[in-house]
Design a protein around this ligand. Structure first.
Ligand code: 3H9
Length: 710
């Protein structure tokens, strides 16, 4: 056979094994190899039934996502698996698909072309294509409703969540769960069905019902998709494709699916989501840190600070099974912190996300205390106190005295210099930034900030730890605000300027929300607490360049005690259910500020709101890239997708700029520079360079990667 697909005979059972590590994606040669192996099995008179199984850690994780870019760029013709899958299904000998690991996307589509499916208890099956902005493209939307019924198929194809083996069995996708060795069990199952050719999936129409019976299912799914997948086209497209299965015969349904698949594949949304998929994996690769760098074993953690951040961070450690001490300075603060942790867990139990038992286990891993007792045994200590340099340095000085020599000393600072913090210790090589995002138990981003002297081992351990904590770790260089907050500072500044210039706060937030972010910048400020930024601005007041415009409204709101949601008022006023509404007091503050600083008020379009805020991110992002604070443009995108609610289907701010065209983005920035001055809007040199060369941030990443590999 081929290197990718192997055929062997185990007595009267032909075994087809796919060997395309790491995930047995359907790369060129794999589908052809499976078909050839099935043909060989059919031609072998000794073989009575066939088992198809994945070699290594999984069955088939889907089509090879790397191939999609080649199709859209015209490098490869269209990808079609229909004929291959019909060929498998037309086998005269029963084909048993043996699933372990993940049968995702094209993997499940291959599995459904078999006559039977058996699965390991830990296997998962799913049609996650919508997460890549596409729909199943190898008859998944046509075979799945025939196996599992319309409602299940809509749920799986439109929302993309995988299901476990037990649910797959209940849905009729899998015929048997095999305990013990999968190949042995599958072969035994195959012997049992030898000579008994089940109906082809594509001919099983009994679960499709008539179109009218399904109307409610489709209507409900569309409503849910519009709500929970706001702005995304693929979920609705997937529903259309499953609906086609209920209206057309299999072959015409497949044609319809192919048309819809192609439209999705060529969409900007799909390119953006695929960029995010590979980006999430690319960020873990640090060019100057070899794969075999020593990683410290993190078995015990300690956190200083039981506030919102400290508590959330403690939950991450407990969730990963790592015992964690949480230290506070005063009993009431410690009690408050622990009560919030408990409440968060209780909510998860109430929502059925996990059992009371699991909650109890996790709570038992968290030790609240007022002293440093036990800190000497910790493998990592995370400081999560107030954002003030003096306090942080004092704490790091104390940690230095207590911690064992190979303990990692991490700061959760969101803006302050890691090098200055490290200078309070005798071991700057062990000091690193672990910037979690609020709520820390929910947000996936962990910005890992490398100081000038941070050791490679500490960086490598932090990247590995991020994975263990179920976070996406992105490495950032040390500068004020690192990647995320340095950029958000410019974005927030423009949002406030827009308000001073005449846009209502709700107009700014609405435009950004419509653009696709989870929340507008002012509403986000209210949620995070306006006093946080106020305090930071006070700390950095001495760095402000005289004569450069700064926003004033948020500081004035803080002076009035309007810290945001926590005080019931900030940019908005909040009712007892935290529902915001515009507040005349805020309008009065804005008008007063505009008058005081001679700012002319005018009507501002949604387009300007988007350009001023998003291009401010892009321009600062380009500087961050050029300075090497971020390793790649995609690292910035991953920070924004996972830490700031940037819509995944726009790919992140840098990818979004690529899709607009860097020449157009630059032209606007130059216009803003003329209007608002070079201090705020001078275009980043890298942006100018790329725009002049007709390049993109993505192409810049690729050039850097190939230069590093050369
Ligand atoms: C599809 O099937 C369309 C069809 O309807 C048919 C159309 C005609 N392709 O995530 P990991 C790489 S669309 C290429 O770190 P894990 C990944 O980049 C597809 N490469 O491992 C990484 O590379 P590297 C539908 C892939 O154990 C390495 O494998 N399927 C693919 O944490 C390890 O990956 C999906 O959307 C792929 N399909 O998680 C599933 N998958 O080491 C996408 C992975 O160089 N995949 N790679 O960085 C996943 O969800 C996870 O990878 C999986 C394993 C759960 C499978």
């Amino acid at each position: 056979m081929s290197e990718l697909v192997d055929f062997t005979r185990h007595g009267e059972i032909g075994v087809v094994t796919i060997n395309n590590p790491p995930v047995n994606a359907l790369s060129p040669g794999v589908p052809e190899g499976i078909v050839a192996a099935i043909e060989a099995a059919e031609a072998d008179p000794e073989v009575r039934a066939i088992v198809v199984i994945g070699g290594g850690r999984t069955f088939i994780a889907g089509a090879d996502i790397k191939e999609f870019g080649k199709i859209t760029s015209g490098e490869r013709p269209r990808l079609s698996l229909y004929a291959a899958l019909n060929h498998i299904e037309d086998s005269k000998k029963p084909v048993v698909m043996a699933i372990h690991g993940t049968a995702f996307g094209g993997g499940l589509e291959v599995a459904m072309s078999g006559h039977y499916r058996v699965a390991a208890p830990t296997a998962q099956v799913g049609q996650p294509e919508v997460k890549l902005g596409i729909i199943p493209g190898a008859a998944g939307t046509q075979r799945l409703p025939r196996l599992a019924g319309v409602a299940k198929a809509v749920e799986m194809c439109a929302f993309g969540e995988p299901i476990d083996a037990k649910s797959a069995l209940a849905a009729g996708i899998v015929d048997k769960i095999i305990e013990g060795d999968l190949l042995t069990g599958a072969a035994e199952f195959a012997r049992g069905v030898a000579g008994n050719l089940a109906l082809k999936t594509r001919e099983r129409n009994e679960k499709l019902q008539d179109a009218s019976g399904n109307t409610a299912i489709f209507a409900l799914a569309r409503e849910q998709a519009r709500k929970t997948r706001r702005g995304q086209k693929a979920p609705l497209a997937a529903i259309d494709a499953v609906e086609a299965a209920t209206r057309l015969n299999f072959s015409d349904g497949c044609d319809r699916e192919a048309e819809i698949f192609r439209v999705c594949l060529f969409s900007t949304q799909s390119k953006a989501l695929i960029h995010g998929f590979f980006g999430e994996r690319a960020v873990s690769k640090i060019p100057d840190i070899p794969k075999d760098t020593k990683i410290y074993d993190i078995r015990r953690a300690a956190i200083i600070g039981a506030g919102t951040m400290g508590g959330g961070i403690a939950m991450n450690y407990a969730n990963a099974g790592i015992p964690v001490i949480v230290k506070e300075a005063a009993q009431d603060a410690l009690d408050r912190g622990l009560a919030i942790i408990r409440k968060n867990y209780e909510n998860s139990v109430k929502k059925g996300r996990f059992s009371q038992d699991l909650m109890d286990q996790r709570m038992a891993l968290i030790t609240p205390q007022l002293t440093y007792s036990g800190f000497e045994q910790a493998d990592i200590i995370v400081e999560a106190v107030f954002e003030g340099m003096a306090l942080k340095k004092q704490i790091f000085g104390e940690m230095d005295k207590i911690a064992k020599p190979d303990c990692i000393l991490a700061s959760n600072t969101s803006t302050l210099s890691i090098d200055e913090i490290a200078s309070a210790t005798s071991r700057p090589q062990m000091v690193i930034g672990h910037h979690f995002f609020s709520p820390a138990n929910v947000m996936r981003l962990l910005e890992i900030v490398r100081g000038a002297q941070t050791s490679k081992e500490v960086i490598a351990t932090s990247m590995a730890l991020a994975k263990k904590l179920n976070k996406v770790g992105v490495l950032a260089g040390n500068c004020r605000g690192f990647i995320g907050n340095r950029m958000i500072h410019c974005y927030g500044r423009e949002a406030q300027f827009l308000v001073e210039e005449g846009a209502a706060p709700e107009a700014v937030d609405h435009a950004i929300y419509e653009f696709g972010l989870a929340m507008g910048p002012l509403a986000m400020g209210d949620l995070a607490g306006l006093d946080v930024g106020w305090r930071i601005r006070k700390e950095f007041k001495h760095l402000e360049k005289p004569g450069v415009r700064v926003p004033h409204v948020a500081d004035e709101l803080c002076e009035l005690g309007r810290y945001g949601q926590k005080t019931g008022k900030g940019w908005y006023k909040y009712d007892e259910n935290r529902k915001p509404s515009p507040d005349p007091e805020v309008t009065a503050v804005i008008e007063k500020v505009a008058k005081q600083y001679g700012i002319e008020r005018r009507s501002i379009s949604n387009e300007e709101i988007i350009e001023r805020t998003i291009y401010a991110l892009v321009n600062e992002g380009a500087r961050i890239l050029e300075e090497g604070i971020a390793l790649r443009a995609v690292d910035i995108d991953i920070v924004y997708l996972n830490g700031y609610g940037f819509p995944a289907w726009r790919g992140g701010p840098m990818f979004y700029a690529d899709t607009v065209g860097l020449d157009k983005v630059l032209a606007k920035i130059e216009e803003f520079e003329k209007r608002h001055g070079s201090d705020l809007w001078a275009p980043a040199p890298l942006l100018k360079k790329l725009a002049a060369a007709g390049k993109t941030f993505e192409s810049w990443d690729k050039e850097k990667e190939s230069a590093a590999g050369a």
